[in-house]
Structure formats: C-alpha cells, structure tokens
Design a binder for this molecule. Structure first.
Ligand code: IPM
Ligand code: MG
Length: 364
C-alpha cells in the first residue's frame, strides 16, 4: 500500500534526523511491500524566515491531507526574541489545534543497553523504567483565555476543560492501560483546582467500563516527587496539558535516554502528529552529530498508530535494539570521556547510525 507522509523537518537538527527517519521507513517499505510518498513542508523558524509565518496555511493543509505527519524539531536562538504570535513554538500549537490531536502519548522508557546513563540510583530502577504519559494536548491553560489589563500591570492565563475534552483523553488513558500493565494514574491538583475536580468526576463516571484497570489519583506535586522516588509504581499517567508538559520532561530525563524518546499525538480521526521529544539542538545542527534514533523510533509509533502496521513498527524497534546491542552509539548516548574512548569506531554520527538501522532492517 502507498501512504502519504507529510514531513516537517523544521529547525536545527530537525532536517538531519527526519532524513534518517524517512530512510528507515523506506527500508521498512521495501521489506514489507509498502511505499511512502513524502511531502516536505515548512513550519517553525524556517517557515518564519521563508514566509513570515511560523505555520503557513499550506503546511497545515498538507498535514491534514496526509496519512501521518513526521516533525523533526522547531525553534532556536535566532527566533527567541520574537513576540508570542511569531515564535516558532506557535507552529506546534497551531499544528496540534489544527490537526485536533488532543492525546499526546509520551513513553518514558529506559533502554536496558543505556541504563548506565539513568541518573537515579540503580536500586530505584532495578526493574527498569517504562511509563506512558498521556498528556492532554489541545486544551487547558495552553489554549485558555489570556491577557493583560489596560494598565499592563496584571496578566492572566486560564485553565478550562469541558467534560467532553476530559472524557476523550481519559479514555485514551484507560485504553492504553488495558494494553499495558493495567494501571492508570490521573495526575491533577484537585485539592485546589476546579478543573481537576471535574477531571476526577469524569474519570469516576468512566471507570466502570474498565474494571480490569487499577485506577488511582495523585496530586501533581506528589507525582513529581514519586517519579524520582519510585517511578516503578507508574504504568500510565493521564493528565492535563500543562502538568503533562512538565512531568513528561521529568520522566524523560530520569530514563537517561533523552535522545531516544518518541512521541505521538492523536485525535479521533485524521492523521497523527509524530515527533521525537528532544529539541532542535541548534549547536549541533548539520554537523552529523545528532542521534536519529528518537526519530526512527517515532516512525515506529507512526507505523503502529496511524498506519495500523504493528509488525512493521516492531521491526523498527527491534532493529534499533540490535544496533544498540551491538554497541553502536552516537555522542549523546556514549557516556563519559572514558566510555567514549573505549567505543573507538563504534562512536558514530547521524548518517552512520541511520545506515546501521537500515542495514539491520534489510537483514531481518
Ligand atoms: C513540548 C514543548 C512545547 C510545549 C513548547 C515548545 C511549546 O515543551 O512539546 O513539550 O510546551 O508543549
Ligand atoms: Mg515540553
């Protein structure tokens, strides 16, 4: 089958890593008899430079007309002083809202091959680390009313959620838990926030449909602490846009695998939006230094969730695991100076790492 993928390489290392993601997809296509037609579009700083807009309408149209969207990264110091509406980040929010991708799946996974890079004590992660954060992505304070008073000496941002917005993302939380260890934790601030109390009410109304799921609630401050104290207690976390933003950064950092983590943003129908969780790393852009594995693993999520190709997704993940097992590393996952020295020729750049995955897929 032929699939239409819109790519948004974006800024910084985005083009370096999206190129390798597409190569991995093409290798999968060859192996399994699919083809991928790519439409490359602009968003973020590169779009600002070329068109004056962070998210040109043509980009959103191309995204909506495709089967899935693969995004590298947006933003960089060059555009950091621009006002809110003209910042590259605006492209991300516009894509999320425009594509109606309300559920952001952010797996925080520790790769056993890289466990030495985990900043937590070994005994805390003895059983590994595998958490799925489901972050609400198109509501809450990110999209609520905001402004300043006439004098400019006061400002507000509003957290607002409707029952429908809560129910659809909590449902993804329950369903994700059913496919995993069947534990769902709703993270909120229900001791203070009315929106959080509504999240709890809606969840209570739904839990009867998922009797197999062990449901819990946790305040976000406690959750931030528990993530470093005993992360193994979590299976799936579902939470609001802002809390999910913060906790997913924390969760990714404790895996020690920040250059390895993928994400998927999904709506009810229509294409999903896929991006590695790391940023645009402008300092190493175009230098063949970026780790393409997060993007390649993001392509696995794309195959699984948007194209309904689980075997193909498994193959990508297995290929990445084999390459790691064989000891190949990019700089970000190579450890300290002495580990690097010991790696010798197995310390590789973006293209070589991409090649290794492609060759592994071909050899399967
Ligand atoms: C993320 C990022 C974005 C967010 C920024 C860049 C707008 O932090 O995807 O987590 O806050 O959602
Ligand atoms: Mg963030």
């Amino acid at each position: 089958m032929n699939y239409r993928i819109t790519t948004i390489p974006g800024d910084g290392i985005g083009p370096d890593i999206v190129r390798e993601g597409c190569r991995a997809l093409d290798a999968i296509g060859k192996k399994f008899g699919h083809s991928f037609a790519y439409t490359e579009t602009l968003a973020g700083g590169s779009a600002l430079d070329a068109t004056g807009e962070p998210l040109p309408q043509a980009t959103l149209d191309a995204c909506l007309a495709s089967d899935a969207v693969l995004l590298g990264a947006v933003g960089g110091p060059k555009w950091d002083t621009l006002p809110g509406a003209k910042r590259p980040e605006k492209a991300l929010l516009g894509l999320r809202a425009g594509m109606k991708v309300y559920a952001n799946l952010r797996p925080a996974l520790m790769f056993p091959q890289l466990s030495a890079a985990c900043p937590l004590k070994a005994e805390i992660v003895a059983k590994g680390l595998d958490i799925l954060i489901v972050r609400e992505l198109t509501g809450g304070i990110y999209f609520g009313d905001r402004g300043r008073n006439a004098a400019g000496d006061a400002a507000w941002d509003t957290e607002a959620y409707s029952v429908a917005e809560i129910a659809r993302v909590v449902k993804i939380g329950f369903e994700s838990a059913m496919k995993r260890q069947k534990r769902l934790c709703v993270v909120d601030k229900a001791n203070i926030l009315e929106t959080s109390r509504l999240w709890r009410e809606v969840t209570e109304g739904m839990k009867g449909q998922y009797p197999a799921v062990e449901l819990s609630y946790m305040y976000v401050d406690n959750a931030a602490m528990q993530l470093v104290r005993n992360p193994g207690q979590f299976d799936v976390i579902v939470t609001s846009n802002m809390f999910g933003d913060i906790l997913s950064d924390e969760a990714s950092q404790i895996t020690g695998s920040i250059g390895m983590l993928a994400s998927a943003s999904l709506g009810d129908s229509g294409p999903g939006l896929y991006e590695p969780i790391h940023g645009s790393a402008p300092d190493i852009a175009g230098k063949d230094l970026a780790n393409p594995l997060a993007t390649i693993l993001t392509c696995a999520m794309l195959l699984r969730y948007s194209l309904g190709l689980p075997k193909e997704a498994d193959a990508v993940e297995a290929a990445v695991a084999s390459v790691l097992d064989a000891g190949w590393r990019t700089g970000d996952i190579a450890g300290g100076a002495s580990d690097r020295a010991a790696l010798g020729g197995k310390l590789v750049g973006t293209r070589k790492m991409g090649d290794l995955v492609v060759r592994q897929i071909e050899a399967m």
